[in-house]
Design a protein around this ligand. Structure first.
Ligand code: TYD
Length: 134
């Protein structure tokens, strides 16, 4: 399983760093939605779903967390701890986010608006979907 991590180019100068992200340039899809998680409790695991169509980029812009990716046959754990790194998650991929540092801010750029019908929240259903859509 290939893990795609983007390394964004910060515009750094003596004032600090600035990262700019543009759709189809730095991000491989049109950005229709942005959401973020913060104040995540200690020991909390989130996610536990896959998407039929949605593509996302996850950036831990402050602090750190881990992401478990599972394509139905293989699993990978990806640490996110740099504000200039983005983890690409394609559709048809089970994900869990955990090990959030108390200061973690995890921002997600998404290719579609929120649509509950795009979610697969049952793991066995995901395994069937992944097998059918290999
Ligand atoms: P949830 O899917 O439980 O988050 P996670 O996958 O991280 O466990 O989402 C939490 C709540 O936020 C839920 O009530 C749905 C809502 N929500 C939106 O309204 N819009 C969104 O874009 C997202 C991601 C969630």
């Amino acid at each position: 399983m290939q893990v795609i991590k983007y390394v964004f180019q910060p515009h750094g100068d003596d004032r600090g760093q600035l990262v700019a992200l543009e759709e189809f340039k730095d991000i491989p899809f049109n950005i229709k939605r942005v959401y973020y998680m913060y104040d995540t409790g200690e020991g909390v695991h989130r996610g536990f779903h896959a998407h039929k169509l949605l593509e996302q980029i996850l950036i831990c812009i402050h602090g750190s967390c881990k992401v478990l990716l599972d394509n139905g046959s293989e699993k990978k754990i990806v640490p996110l701890e740099k504000p200039y790194e983005g983890l690409y998650i394609a559709n048809n991929m089970w994900r869990e986010m955990y090990d959030f540092s108390s200061d973690a801010v995890l921002i997600v750029l998404a290719s579609q608006l929120y649509d509950e019908s795009d979610y697969i929240r049952d793991y066995d259903e995901f395994l069937n979907f992944a097998e059918e859509n290999k």
